[in-house]
Design a protein around this ligand. Structure first.
Ligand code: BDP
Length: 565
């Protein structure tokens, strides 16, 4: 539990916060506090805690690490500003010895939940504490992931990346290991999942060979460990660092997405981090429960819509063999975004208005740096529903796709999700990407309630996209209908559980006609909280589960389809 309060002119970083409340960390403050001064407020907020350290620990190198602070942070230790970070969904850390003291230490974090035309996600900020969001989820904020202090020797292993090459039997691992400080000799070991040594070197740079590779596969997350040790001349162990990795290949060939040379069909969801009281905060019991649910219905994949998930969720995906489309927080890149197709079509100002390039580069860099060694991550999604049909879109995205590939040793496929208002006729960017992901709402935002027309629209859309991009595979990364749990209708009217079932049946039938449609990720896994909006009744109800994870009628159809597909 930390102290917390909204910013006010009287905050003195050397004094206790004057009017604090209690909040839990990790967690979203605006999911656990009541009152508009917290839930509606856009601006700055303060967190404060104290921690004790024994004097012996001051001889070590101490690092303070934040898993994610949404959306920007300034960190003060004992009254000194020690670090700043922008971007709400990636980790940051810094050495803190200079301002640490034995005994009590005062840690304060000034958090901003402001989003504007320079940030990701992006929103319209009017500067008066009011903003209009261009995305459809609640702006949960705060210290949403773990805060830790870890200690090392002055000589330490700083960073490990684990590039490899494999023919699926023989693998050569060429680790890149960064060490800071002096050391005499080193040892690098690869252990298999039963902790048997499969390869070992006495230096940091030579390749390591695995002769009989045990592959990481969807549904079977086999992991190796790379263990690095550095020693002093007298044999004293200075630092050790172990990182898991999995071996698999990804290739796009003949309109298929091959994992270990076998075609993979994506079955799953776009998934928010969203729950009662924890908000967007990391919630490990929930994550574990969700994984049980996903497995039980035959889902093999998810997209981290619309921001990077926490690191433990990613580790768990590796272990369970889940396939992940890893998305940056680039959402809201569409000026005038709303549910009215025509209004949107008339607005062409996005790329003149937005100034998100720097934030986008940073978000990609930090995401690839964090997640490149996760075998579960098979593709980067660098934006959700940007204005890909407006002038300037290509100039904006071409360098970002290039950057993503440059940063990723594995050169994984890169995608974005296409909004249905910038369709194949207008789109200017899809050819830059490896896989085309379509978010489509026929039968909901268009042809509402008319599934026969929706079916024709969908089929027609797939055919046209394929004509334009005959070599690309397509994944439907969003499609669905708001569904009030327990609402039944003999007429199968929109919002009823029957309509959701019918809509999904319609889409599945059409998908199965096209071999180049290589996946279906429904929108959404569970109902989630949104900003207030005329078309949102208690949030977005497109979940196939309710927010408290009760199945809607559609779930039994999904089970039948996915457990047999
Ligand atoms: C798309 C967005 C998603 C929304 C969804 C919807 O990508 O975030 O929640 O539509 O309208 O525009 O339900």
């Amino acid at each position: 539990m930390w102290h917390f309060q909204a910013d006010e002119p009287a905050i003195d970083v050397n004094q206790p916060l004057p009017h604090p409340e209690w909040v839990a960390v990790p967690g979203s403050f605006n999911a656990q506090l009541m009152g508009p001064q917290y839930t509606d407020r856009v601006g700055y907020f303060w967190y404060e805690t104290h921690f004790q350290l024994p004097s012996s620990q001051l001889k070590q190198r101490n690092v303070l690490r934040f898993g994610a602070v949404t959306h920007a942070a300034e960190v003060y230790l004992n009254g000194h500003l020690i670090m700043k970070h922008k971007g709400g969904f990636t980790p940051f850390e810094g050495e803190i010895n200079q301002f640490l003291q034995a005994g009590d230490n005062d840690l304060k974090v000034k958090v901003s939940n402001i989003l504007d035309n320079t940030t990701l996600p992006s929103a319209d900020y009017k500067g008066d504490g009011q903003e209009t969001y261009r995305f459809d989820f609640y702006n949960y904020s705060g210290i949403q992931r773990q805060v830790i202090i870890y200690s090392t020797n002055p000589s330490y292993i700083d960073q490990i990346t684990i590039p490899y090459e494999t023919d699926l039997t023989h693998t050569t691992v060429k680790p890149e290991i960064k060490v800071q400080g002096d050391f005499d000799h080193a040892q690098v070991t690869i252990l298999d999942q039963t902790k048997q040594v499969v390869a070992q070197n006495n230096d940091l740079t030579s390749p390591l060979k695995i002769d009989q590779t045990h592959l990481w596969e969807p549904g079977n997350g086999y992991l190796y460990q790379l263990q690095v040790k550095i020693f002093a001349a007298d044999g004293q162990l200075l630092d050790t660092y172990t990182k898991s990795f999995g071996i698999r290949t990804i290739e796009i060939k003949n309109n298929q997405f091959l994992i270990n040379q076998k075609p993979f069909y994506f079955k799953g969801f776009g998934k928010h981090m969203d729950f009662f009281a924890s908000g967007r905060g990391m919630n490990l019991p929930l994550m574990n429960w969700d994984n049980q649910i996903l497995n039980s219905i035959g889902a093999n994949s998810f997209r981290t819509s619309h921001y990077p998930n926490d690191e433990i969720t990613m580790q768990q995906a590796d272990r369970l063999g889940q396939v992940v489309i890893d998305e940056t927080s680039a959402v809201g890149l569409f000026i005038g975004f709303n549910a009215n197709v025509e209004v949107l079509k008339n607005n062409q100002t996005t790329w003149n208005t937005l100034d998100t390039t720097a934030a986008h580069q940073l978000a990609i860099k930090e995401l690839v740096e964090r997640d490149a060694d996760h075998p579960s991550v098979v593709m980067w999604s660098i934006a959700n529903e940007p204005a890909g049909g407006q002038p300037g879109a290509r100039e904006y995205f071409a360098p970002l796709v290039k950057l993503t590939k440059e940063l990723d040793w594995q050169k994984r496929p890169v995608t974005f999700t296409d909004i249905m208002r910038d369709d194949y006729q207008d789109d200017q960017i899809a050819d830059l990407f490896d896989v085309i992901c379509l978010n489509r709402y026929y039968g909901w935002y268009s042809n509402h309630g008319n599934l026969k027309a929706a079916e024709d629209e969908l089929r027609d859309n797939i055919i046209h996209w394929h004509e334009k991009h005959p070599d690309k595979p397509f994944i439907f990364t969003e499609f669905g209908a708001d569904t009030v749990p327990g609402l039944h209708s003999l007429e199968h009217s929109p919002y009823s559980e029957e309509y959701q079932v019918d809509l999904y049946k319609t889409y599945f039938k059409v998908f199965d006609e096209f071999s180049y449609v290589i996946g279906e990720q429904l929108w959404a896994y569970a109902d989630f909280h949104t900003q207030d909006n005329m078309i949102r009744i208690d949030g977005n109800l497109k979940g196939v589960f309710t927010r408290d994870r009760r199945p809607k009628a559609i779930v039994s159809l999904l089970k039948q389809r996915w457990l047999n597909k």
